[in-house]
Design a protein around this ligand. Sequence first.
Ligand code: 5MM
Length: 338
Amino acid sequence: MRKQVLEEIAQAMVADGQGILAADESTGTIKKRFDSINATSTEDSRRDYREMLFRTTEAMQNNISGVILYDETIRQKAADGTPLTEIMVAAGALPGIKVDAGAKDLAGHPGEMVTEGLDGLRERLSEYHQLGAKFAKWRAVLNITDNAPSAACLNANTHALARYAALCQEAEIVPIVEPEVIMDGSHSVERCYEVTSAALTALYEQLAMQNVHLEGTILKPNMIVSGTQNAVQADVQQVAEMTLDCFHKCVPQAVPGIVFLSGGQSDELATAHLDAMNKIGNLPWKLSFSYGRALQAAPLKAWGGKAENVAEAQAAFAHRAKMNGLAALGQWDASLEG
Ligand code: 5MM
């Protein structure tokens, strides 16, 4: 493991005013997204959609430091035969790859999940490195109920995240570690704080145990928000303050960057939360974004699966990328949304 290589990649991923585009929807998830706009999901239509995003030069050059790809996409070529990874690299964005095999039912714990994918991971990472991947992503799914997540669920998921992270670093790939506490539920914002804090504490214990070099990692967490079905919703300032309070207590200062997932928040709320945290400032780590839905919902809708809408969709993507780039600097304002 060359620590300096990992550190340089991690720093580049959270360069000022830049963040990550999460475009690693598995085939089932992208089909659901395409169904919502009445578009058919085929290898070519998925390629066309993603090529359109990666060719949005303004966004890719200015606000997107890297893109998380799905296995199909890292191997795909654009309509003109250029590898999609070449297009993003030319625009200054690093290719990344989702390497987990998805969340499966955790035996003995009904309703809880454990993310799989460690078998054969060393070999897969070596191939992805050759295909140009500079970073990887593994997502653990943690549902909140009165009794969940259990200690067993936290333990199994954070252990897997740490084993994955160590294997990534061995392959000179920066691991994004993503312990996602799911927003769905009627729980309070305080309960989200409690669970997120337990997950992050367990995660950093496991990363230390597996000798993971924290300066060569990136954390991709949820924000501390109220459960979506709770009648009482924490406002933007409360979310920002509680998230930072939790992270100051649980995330070591050696971590270079935290890139949030949007988790089902609306586009603008995800931007407002990130901006509010950066406005509070005085942070030991960079705070940016790694949004999937909150970056793609607008361009997906504008595109509608039709080639004649590409320019409009690219403008929608460039706008969201720019808004989030400003939020990563604490320079966003609602009036800029137009
Ligand atoms: C883009 O969605 C990612 C892949 O999901 P599936 O494996 O279920 O298809 C997802 O992991 C994503 O990278 C993060 O959760 C962030 O996405 P959001 O939409 O929550 O910002």
